[in-house]
Every structure is written in structure tokens, then in C-alpha cells.
Design a protein around this ligand. Structure first.
Ligand code: E4P
Length: 246
């Protein structure tokens, strides 16, 4: 599996890149909105600058901010032209209110632009995005899990089940990942990115269920290293060495 960092924060990106354990960076408009106001493209250029400084082949995903098909294509082409970063991927949401964005994915991949199809929550969305040409297909792990119990979406949830669009167990993101892996067998180039990760256990479970890449905040990535027995061992090594030198 590979780890990406899910942030637009330059300090966090630099810290993770210095650690050498991440192979990519994913951002979205909400993550960008947490950073000081400024020019979108200039901020992304700072991110790609860090990627070039610290790593080789570090993937950087940035998202369009429109729901209009033509505008999404225009923005994606413009990002590629302005940012000039070899490993740039443009995030296109799989659909929005009944509008399929697969044609946008196809148009961009035909132009040689790497697409990260985002906001997926079902195995068929992930598979169809890969079929349309997306190199990365992103599953929103915890947002999907939340959907199982969110009171405000009760009617929508039942309608999907009544319409045989999903079954009740399809709100379990690990099951979705396990089912997606065989469904992607005809698209071997496609890689599943698991996003919406909140804990180290999410990282482990989603990777074991089939995610090729897990993208998480620096905090979750650092928490993944924490263990009291590691601390205890290090402390004891230091103490033993100290008493030997006395
Ligand atoms: C993935 O690419 C997204 O940026 C991200 O993981 C969204 O998830 P969250 O906002 O639920 O954390």
C-alpha cells in the first residue's frame, strides 16, 4: 500500500515529505479553505514545489471547483497548463445531483490528463470511473460509514435500498473495498485511493480491505506510529546504556 497526505497545509506537507513515507498529496476545496486566503493556483504551485524538492514522482491531486461540465474541463486544462507539474491529477466528482461526470473524465483522460475521480461511495461508481479513464478512484470511507445512520438522509438511504441501487451492507466501506477490487480487474492501471480517514485503524482496515492508497491527515499518520511499548523499549535502552556508561 501507499500513503498520501490529505491536506493543503504547507507545513504538514513538508513535514510528511521530509519523513519520506508519503507518495502523494490530495487536496480538496474544503481543505484549501482552511489555509490563509490567496490565489488557488499559486498555493498549489507551492505544494508541487515541495513535492519536487523532497520526492520523486509524488502525486498531487487538486480539485475543480465547478459542477458545469465545460467549466470542469476548462479548469482542468488550465491547471495543467499553469501548474506544469508532471504528476498532477485533477479531481473530478463522480456525479452531482443526477448528472454523471464520466464524460468529463473521459474527455480529460483522452487529452492525457490524469484524473482522480472523487467523492465515490459505491463499488460501481469506482469501477465506472476507472472504465471512463480515471487513474485514481477515490472512496470516501468515513463519509460512507456516516451515511448508514445520518438522520437527515433517512429518506434517501431507504430510497436507494428500495430502488435496488445499494443494499444495507453497502454502507460498510470495508465491504465496498473488498468488492471493488475484483470489479476493477479489467482496469489494472486504476488505483483506489481511500480518503475520509479519521483514525490509524481506518488506515489499516481500508488498506487490508483492498485500498491501494490511503490518504490521511498528518495527525492520523503520526498517530499510526504511537505505541506505549515502543516508548517503554526506547526508554529502557537509554536507561540501560546510561547505567553501563556510569
Ligand atoms: C480525499 O481525497 C478527500 O480530500 C478527503 O479525504 C475527504 O474526506 P473528509 O473531508 O471526510 O475527511
Amino acid at each position: 500500500m501507499k500513503l498520501f497526505i490529505d491536506t493543503a497545509n504547507l507545513a504538514d506537507i513538508e513535514e510528511a515529505l521530509r519523513g519520506g513515507f508519503i507518495r502523494g498529496i490530495t487536496t480538496n476545496p474544503s481543505l484549501l479553505a482552511k489555509e490563509p486566503k490567496g490565489n488557488y493556483v499559486e498555493h498549489i504551485k507551492r505544494i508541487t514545489g515541495l513535492a519536487e524538492k523532497y520526492g520523486e514522482n509524488i502525486s498531487v491531486s487538486i480539485e475543480v471547483f465547478s459542477n458545469d461540465e465545460k467549466e470542469m474541463v476548462r479548469q482542468a486544462v488550465d491547471f495543467v497548463k499553469q501548474i506544469k507539474y508532471k504528476h498532477l491529477a485533477v479531481k473530478i466528482p463522480v456525479s452531482y445531483r443526477g448528472q454523471s461526470n464520466l464524460n468529463v473524465i473521459k474527455t480529460l483522460s483522452d487529452k492525457g490528463i490524469t484524473v482522480n475521480c472523487t467523492a465515490c461511495v459505491t463499488s460501481l461508481q469506482l469501477m465506472m470511473a476507472a472504465a471512463a479513464g480515471a487513474k485514481y478512484v477515490s472512496l470516501f470511507y468515513n463519509r460512507l460509514r456516516d451515511a448508514e445512520n445520518e438522520e437527515k438522509y433517512k429518506a434517501e438511504r431507504e430510497a436507494l435500498i428500495a430502488g435496488s441501487i445499494v443494499e444495507r451492507q453497502d454502507y460498510d466501506p470495508d465491504k465496498v473495498l473488498r468488492e471493488t477490487v475484483p470489479l476493477l480487474s479489467d482496469y489494472p492501471e486504476a488505483e483506489i485511493i481511500v480518503g475520509s480517514i479519521r483514525t490509524p485503524l481506518d488506515v489499516k482496515r481500508s488498506a487490508l480491505a483492498g485500498g491501494h492508497i490511503v490518504t490521511a491527515s498528518l495527525k492520523v499518520l503520526k498517530d499510526s506510529l504511537m505505541h506505549f511499548k515502543t516508548d517503554d523499549s526506547v526508554e529502557r535502552f537509554l536507561k540501560d546504556f546510561e547505567s553501563w556508561t556510569k
